[in-house]
Design a protein around this ligand. Structure first.
Ligand code: G16
Length: 560
């Protein structure tokens, strides 16, 4: 590092001292804490993003968001050149940077790391970082700190993309690194054009009845509702009504949004008896998750949830159907391609969904929680579909697969234009353009669900009846130190503290079809408990008894 760089780093980092007595940790999706303690973290993650851009010689993304967390929290996600999450190899460095006690320590760490990684800090190279934030009130000042961090590395430049959904920023990084246009307008055009194309390619051209035409969206009082308002202008034939759109109807994520709806299974604010039977969908705070639901008749505030597992199942059925049509091409075609289709879930996937997918003949793999794990696994297939039950997921197409779906390749292979295999291939191609290839995206996920329902002429009720979810319950327990729990086997077994797994096993054994696991959250200061059993009462009891075990052993006393 030359003297100019050293002086700049020391001077600037002195302006952003780390919070006293706090250990920050890079979690499931980056750093996430109460916004009041994050200034130095943002500054330092800005430096990290600049170094990553120098190392990869590509555009990197930095998104200020705490997604589903409460409004007083904030956080930061980094998008790697592919548009996916920051490589896990850099997470230890991210942790070390965030926790360096002084500016001198920070500079020493940067020096060591850049030497090891062969990153030249002499200003000879330039680096570009796209930055954005969601609608949180703390976002602006935290983004300024991140920009200062970027500006502390000579040659690095931040390009402020304004207020975006997280998946919009990831998409921008993905397409920018392919040398394509990456404005928000391009994003909306891409979505609306491929959506229209998919609707037009519907052989049955199904007219929906008025009942099924209506779609009501819960925007979690965040950025997703605002962006959907803009996208809506470009969509014909979809009657979308947006509530909790962040225009002062309520607080971000408070009794609204995908996380609330999926975990509590009750109606979000501003939904109720007027929505009985209508197709409803909830986004989370930064619009990278979506879950559908309906409000049943009756006086209770319960909903019928159509979660990420069912979205995955719908996508898998449709894609498999198109692949079957493509495989049934006439024998004089030369296409020699049988794409490997795989699905990726986590331990939170309802047991009934995993069984259903396996019964469809699909390869199902489990990974730990966090899109960084699911995405990586899904990318191993020609077409990889991944979804967490909480609604975070997408469909990945390999470059090879996309090249074989191109009209020019189909022509070469004698798959005649207008034939059913030709149409099936183009439908798959349209899906690859519609669904975000960088990360889970509520807006593109919604359009793909809507297009498929229209193709199949399915109501949400028909979709929901694909299989019957096993009753489940998810709880969280506040603990003194969540790192006290360590797990293995895709988070299904506790390995630390000793004895806890055996105690959980004894509880599970009491319930028919019982399944239960615990894991430390990587976004909140809690241990999560998930339980499944043959009845709702049993699932509730199992979750409660295991939560009690955790509380007795590790609790912070707040549940007493
Ligand atoms: C993030 C991750 C998701 C994960 C969720 C909850 O979502 O991207 O993969 O499921 O956190 O993680 P945890 O259970 O560790 O708290 P989001 O939408 O909050 O960014």
């Amino acid at each position: 590092m030359n003297k100019e760089q050293l002086d700049l780093l020391l001077r600037e980092s002195d302006r952003f001292p780390p919070p006293h007595g706090m250990r920050l940790s890079y979690g499931t999706a980056g750093f996430r804490e109460d916004a009041s303690v994050l200034l130095s973290t943002m500054y330092r993650v800005g430096i990290l993003a600049a170094l990553r851009a120098l190392k990869t010689e590509a555009v990197i993304g930095l998104m200020i968001t705490a997604s589903h967390n409460k409004v007083s929290d904030n956080g930061v996600k980094i998008a790697d050149p592919s548009g996916g999450m920051l490589t896990q190899e850099w997470e230890p460095f991210a942790n070390a940077l965030a926790n360096a006690p002084s500016s001198r320590d920070l500079v020493r760490l940067i020096n060591e790391f850049t030497e090891k990684e062969n990153i030249l800090l002499d200003g000879s190279k330039s680096a570009q970082i796209l930055v954005a934030r969601d609608t949180r009130p703390s976002g602006e000042v935290l983004l300024d700190a991140a920009k200062n961090g970027i500006g502390s590395i000579i040659g690095a430049v931040a390009q402020d993309m304004g207020i975006l959904t997280t998946p919009q920023l990831h998409w921008m990084v993905h397409v920018r690194n392919k040398g394509l246009e990456s404005s928000e307008l391009n994003y909306f055009d891409g979505l609306s054009n491929s959506f229209k194309w998919l609707l037009d390619s519907n052989p049955n051209n199904n007219e929906l009845n008025d009942w099924d035409k209506r779609l009501v969206v819960d925007g979690a009082n965040g950025v997703g509702g605002q962006k959907l308002e803009l996208l809506k202008e470009k969509l014909n034939g979809l009657a979308i009504e947006i509530r909790n759109s962040g225009k002062g109807e309520g607080v971000l994520n408070e009794r609204v949004g995908a996380d609330f709806v999926q975990k509590e299974k009750i109606v979000p604010c501003n939904f109720g008896s007027q929505d009985v039977g209508i197709r409803c969908v909830s986004f989370d705070g930064d619009a990278d998750r979506l879950v559908y639901f309906t409000v049943p008749s009756g006086s209770s505030n319960k909903i019928n949830l159509v979660d990420g597992d069912k979205i995955l199942s719908l996508f898998a059925i449709f894609i498999k159907e198109q692949l079957t049509i493509l495989a049934a091409r006439s024998k004089d075609t030369k296409i020699a391609f049988e794409p490997r289709l795989g699905v990726v879930q986590t331990a939170y996937a309802n047991g009934a969904s995993t069984q259903y997918l396996k019964d469809l003949g699909l390869e199902v793999v489990l990974t730990p929680t966090g899109v960084k794990y699911l995405h990586e696994k899904a990318a191993e297939y020609d077409i990889g579909i991944y979804f967490e039950a909480n609604g975070h997921g997408t469909v990945l197409f390999s470059d090879y697969c996309i090249s074989l779906l191109q009209p020019s390749y189909l022509e070469l292979s004698n798959v005649f234009a207008g034939s059913e295999p030709h149409k099936a291939a183009l439908r798959l191609l349209a899906i690859s353009k519609l669904i975000n290839q960088a990360v889970g995206d509520a807006l593109s996920g919604l359009l793909l669900v809507e297009a498929i329902l229209r193709h199949k002429n399915w109501s949400i009720h028909k979709w929901s009846e694909l299989y019957q979810d096993l009753p489940s319950r998810q709880l969280k327990v506040k603990v003194v130190d969540r790192t006290a729990v360590e797990t293995s086997n895709a988070e299904t077994k506790v390995v630390k503290p000793p004895g806890l797994q055996e105690a959980i096993d004894l509880e599970i054994a009491k319930y028919p079809q019982g399944r239960c696991f615990i894991r430390p959250s990587g976004t909140e200061d809690v241990i999560r408990v998930y339980a499944e059993a043959s009845t709702q009462e049993a699932a509730d009891d199992l979750a409660n008894s295991v939560a009690k075990l955790v509380d007795q052993l590790l609790g912070d006393g707040s549940s007493k």
